[in-house]
Design a protein. Structure first.
Length: 295
């Protein structure tokens, strides 16, 4: 089953549902950053919610950045997305290893920690980007984003995110968000709450090869759910280039660039998001310095 995001409406348009399968995307991130199992589970959940939220933005020029940092073994996680959605990101400590939690599962909450904040920055073409800040409440990520939507975007949203990892890598990854419209009835919301409870973990449903429409029906309890948009393929892709790296070097202070030229005679830069290395010769560094001085 390929990675995909599908948007639905349930209960005759009164409930919005977005379901995502991000298994390939999370596996690519795991490979790129050589993530430990618990780092894969945490980072995979954050990548999934970033893909869903990124796709909700209106223009391809819009950019979403999510920073999640608690006092924790994992350190900071940073993810960016556009509305395609193409996502990329990095983890401060990708090799963190913790014992399983009390339920015998990967201890994502322990790895992320619950002292810290989620920062959501949406650059949507206005003079200033929108910035939403919310405390991390559990470190389990889905609960933290349900809290973020309630506090920062005034939306009561059910959020589920899951990553299933085995010794070979990512078996399944995905998530869903369910948002009632103002005309949703208490009875419909109650039915959804019961359906979510019965359905179980999203990663388990994906591992059992349920399609996104089957999952949407299962978590809402509505057999007549309608697809409103499909064929959205989220991918993990970095847009770094030597030109971008050169621009980064140009922001350094003149004395730092001179030191590089005179003492090292070269520079090697590594992209945080994909670990690709870029080498600059002495001549290239001189060119960057000359351009900087002209500007």
């Amino acid at each position: 089953m390929q990675d995909q995001i599908i948007k639905f409406l349930a209960y005759e348009g009164k409930i919005s549902v977005i379901c995502a399968n991000t298994t390939e995307l999370v596996e690519k991130a795991r490979n790129t950053h050589d993530l430990s199992p618990v780092a894969t589970a945490a980072f995979g959940r954050l990548l999934t919610i970033a893909a869903i939220m990124g796709n909700e933005m209106k223009s391809e020029k819009n950019k979403l950045t999510i920073q999640m940092k608690g006092k924790s073994p994992l350190g900071a996680m940073v993810v960016t997305s556009n509305n395609f959605p193409k996502v990329k990101g990095y983890v401060s400590n990708p090799i963190v290893d913790l014992p399983l939690n009390d339920m015998g599962k990967l201890d994502v909450g322990g790895a992320v920690g619950n002292e810290g904040f989620i920062n959501v920055i949406k650059d949507i073409g206005l003079k200033e980007p929108y910035v939403g800040i919310c405390p991390i409440i559990s470190g389990e990520i889905a609960e933290d984003f349900a809290e973020y939507f309630a506090k920062s975007e005034q939306k009561n949203t059910a959020v589920a995110l899951g990553v299933l990892v085995d010794k070979n890598g990512v078996k399944s990854a995905g998530g869903y968000i369910i948002t009632p419209m103002p005309d949703a009835t208490d009875e419909e919301i109650s039915r959804i709450e019961q359906s979510i409870f019965k359905a179980g973990a999203i990663s388990k449903m994906l591992d059992e090869k349920l399609s996104l429409i089957e999952i949407a029906k299962k978590v809402t309890g509505d057999e007549n759910i309608k697809i409103i948009e499909e064929h959205i393929k989220p991918i993990y892709e970095c847009d770094c280039s030597k030109e971008h790296m050169a621009d980064g070097l140009a922001t350094l202070h003149e004395t730092v660039l001179k030191e590089m030229i005179e003492e090292d005679g070269k520079a090697e830069l590594t992209c945080h998001f994909c670990n690709k290395k870029y080498n600059f010769t002495k001549e290239e560094l001189k060119e960057i310095l000359e351009k900087k001085n002209k500007n």
